[in-house]
Design a protein around this ligand. Structure first.
Ligand SMILES: [Zn+2]
Length: 237
């Protein structure tokens, strides 16, 4: 089940990466996928994962990465703040998504059955609490993503010497988008949910809810991509 899900994410991310990375090759030591754009004018680059200094040769249409040296005294990836901080938004955002989905299903049920929220025990007693928890999870996820962005940016400047890797560009762009979309979701959330239900008797709420979930879905996709490529940078392939 999990491996099937990972394959699906891999497929989505693969298409997305292809556009930004262009032609790629693999580090001969750790097998991290690297872009031709990562190579400097002399045809050299330092692998951001294992730290080997690679010289890239193009022979008969084949790229041959040759290892010339190794950067030593690298901080161990698992002891860094950034990989730890990523678990807050990645862990909490899907729970917030699930909370919002449950409240939406309950609200749609009220509308379809022609009852009101006071007659439905779940909507009266549980939904408002779930709504508050959902908003708190959303808030912590977006706030901690700002901290995650900052620690990642400092890591890139210090650990990777600010070198222009495409994988870092991808992470910077997606993180920035995630924070922007996350702030819009935080503002939109109290507009969509009133006292733990979506007032579907107001027809405007249908397109507003649709926009809310499109934004939530986009943010989930960005998180999955960020976690996916970030995981490769820590654990390799
Ligand atoms: Zn490597």
């Amino acid at each position: 089940m999990i491996s099937d899900l990972m394959k699906l994410v891999d497929k989505f991310v693969g298409g997305f990466k292809k556009r930004l990375y262009g032609k790629t090759f693999f580090c001969p030591v750790c097998h991290l996928e690297l872009s031709y754009y990562d190579v400097d004018v002399n045809g050299n680059l330092v692998c951001p994962l294992c730290g080997v200094v690679i010289e890239l040769h193009e022979t008969y249409g084949h790229s041959i990465p040759i290892v010339n040296d190794v950067e030593i005294n690298r901080a161990q990836p698992k002891k860094r703040l950034h990989p730890l901080a990523t678990h807050f938004p990645i862990g909490l955002f899907p729970l917030a998504f699930l909370g919002a989905l449950i409240i939406t299903i309950a609200s749609a049920y009220i509308k379809a059955s022609g009852t009101n929220s006071l007659e439905c025990g779940f909507c009266r007693d549980i939904s408002p609490v779930l709504d508050n928890i959902t908003w708190i999870f959303l808030f912590i996820a977006v706030l901690s993503s700002g901290f995650t962005f900052l620690t990642g940016f400092l890591d890139w400047k210090q650990r990777y010497g600010g070198r222009p890797y495409r994988v870092i560009t991808l992470k910077l762009v997606l993180s920035g988008l995630f924070i922007g979309i996350g702030i819009v979701i935080l503002i939109l959330h109290p507009v969509v949910f009133t006292a733990g239900v979506i007032p579907f008797e107001n027809p405007v709420m249908i397109p507003v809810t649709f926009v809310y979930f499109v934004l939530m879905g986009s943010a989930m996709f960005m998180l999955a991509t960020l976690g996916h490529v970030g995981g490769y940078l820590v654990f390799g392939k």
